[in-house]
Design a protein around this ligand. Structure first.
Ligand code: SAM
Length: 247
């Protein structure tokens, strides 16, 4: 029997290999991940993450599952906005979680967080467990994104909220050209200089181009069962927020 294939950046790889390769990428860059995010985006990822929180409007006492949560950026923001609550950060790559745990201790927030190694496509949680599910710059790395969305629906409580932050497609050819010029020429070089790893950042920019556009992804959110599903472009579609409710 021939194995299904999928994309890993611009390469076609057997499905069973993708998660290991993704783990390799993020294991390699974990200690420089936060610095690189600021450098590559000129700090704009912070504005996008704040926009995510504005739309999400965290409330006191809510229980968050932050999938592909990495070093915990979304969970920290969520807990600060909620004032009181709990976040579970789940990620495929343990070194990312280790960096996150160090940050939690430095910010004296360790008591409000759990760190779990796991795969977005097979969450180790009961049905109807969380109030909020977030995945930020994570879902394009997942081998079968529809399965991750189905799992999000399963673990959310009735009335629970999904929010996805991801790079998306720019609906303007001239801007796309300028953006490609920057991302394909500058970002891998920055990765080489700052994180000592050009290939991981080459994968990153390629994976952005392979991700479905806003409307296609909206259809996937609806297929998972989410109601009142909507999206908002950020920076003209360089990134995008998708929101849905388990209703
Ligand atoms: C670009 S980082 C995003 C980290 C964080 N959410 C943020 O916004 O800064 C992507 C993360 O997705 C994780 N990841 C990739 N595939 C995953 C999967 N199938 N299940 C869980 N985590 C995954 C990687 O290990 C990595 O930590």
């Amino acid at each position: 029997m021939t194995e299904e294939t999928t994309h890993f950046g611009f390469q076609e790889v057997p499905e069973g290999e993708k998660a290991g390769r993704v783990r390799g990428v993020f294991g390699s860059v974990a200690s420089k991940y936060d610095v690189m995010n600021d450098a590559m985006s000129f700090g704009i990822h912070r504005i996008w993450k704040d926009a995510m929180m504005d739309w999400l409007a965290p409330r006191p006492g809510q229980r968050l599952l932050d999938v592909a949560g990495g070093t915990g950026d979304i969970s920290f923001r969520f807990l600060k906005r909620a004032g009181r609550g709990h976040a579970t950060v789940l990620d495929l790559t343990e070194p990312m979680l280790i960096e996150g745990r160090k940050r939690a201790e430095a910010e004296q927030m360790a008591g409000s967080l759990d760190w779990v190694v796991g795969d977005a496509m097979a969450l180790p949680f009961e049905d109807n467990t969380f109030d909020v599910y977030t995945i930020s710059f994570g879902i394009r790395n997942v081998t079968r994104p529809q399965e991750a969305l189905n799992e999000a629906f399963r673990v959310l409580k009735p009335g629970g909220r999904l929010m996805v932050l991801e790079f998306s497609q720019i609906p303007n050819d001239l801007m796309q050209w300028a953006y490609d010029l920057y991302s394909f020429n500058i970002i891998p070089r920055m990765g080489q200089v700052i994180a000592g790893d050009r290939d991981s950042y080459q994968y990153l920019v390629e994976s952005i181009r392979k991700f479905p556009d806003q409307e296609t992804f909206l259809g996937m959110v609806r297929s998972a069962g989410f109601g009142n599903a909507k999206y908002r472009n950020l920076s003209m579609g360089i990134a995008c927020l998708h929101s849905g409710w388990k209703i």
